[in-house]
Design a protein around this ligand. Sequence first.
Ligand SMILES: *[C@@H]1O[C@H](CO)[C@@H](O)[C@H](O)[C@H]1NC(C)=O
Length: 206
Amino acid sequence: MTFKVLLAICLVSGLAAVNAEDSEITKFMKHLEVIPDVLDEGPKHFLKITYDNGILADKGVELTPTQVKNQPKIEWQAEAGTYYTLIMTDPDAPSRKEPTMREWHHWLVGNIPGDQLNKGEVLTEYVGSGAPKDTGLHRYTFLLFKQPKKLEFDEKRLTKNQGAGRENFSTRKFCEKYKLGEPLAGNFFQAQYDDSVPGLYKQLGF
Ligand SMILES: *[C@@H]1O[C@H](CO)[C@@H](O)[C@H](O)[C@H]1NC(C)=O
């Protein structure tokens, strides 16, 4: 009875229903609506994301674009002989309120052998937060998938100097196309504009 009432409230308010079996990271993602804005099923495990000076991107913490300028270190428990795909994406482009370019993807690496991220195939090079002025907090979401096998990616390769082509990305469609299934691990941080953002736009050719 009580559960039904709660479920009804969740459905009416448009939020994903919280299940007792949800992993901790899934609960955080539902709380800040990364689920359902990016994906339906949350990851089982926390992905460890460490920026310069040991700054952790964890559970939706607010960081600044300056803090996340450089590519972070990503750690997970890998299985030998397995390939992984890493996605970093922002559903809040250009703002969470009006996400007309949802999603803007920041980083895409496939065919990562085990936990050796630097040996993966970089499809889109890393860029940090470029949240436009006065657009509030953006949710930068990292997801790690276990690949069924080594894959042939036919995505257009994008360097860190290319902004165009990163918009209108769909994590759901990408996962469907390459049969990646549900994410193994994930995490996210939030950030809003600071005065390092114009420098990033210059880098991206905006
Ligand atoms: C991205 O999607 C929006 C909304 O659907 C559309 O107006 C825009 O033209 C798309 N941008 C590109 C580059 O395809």
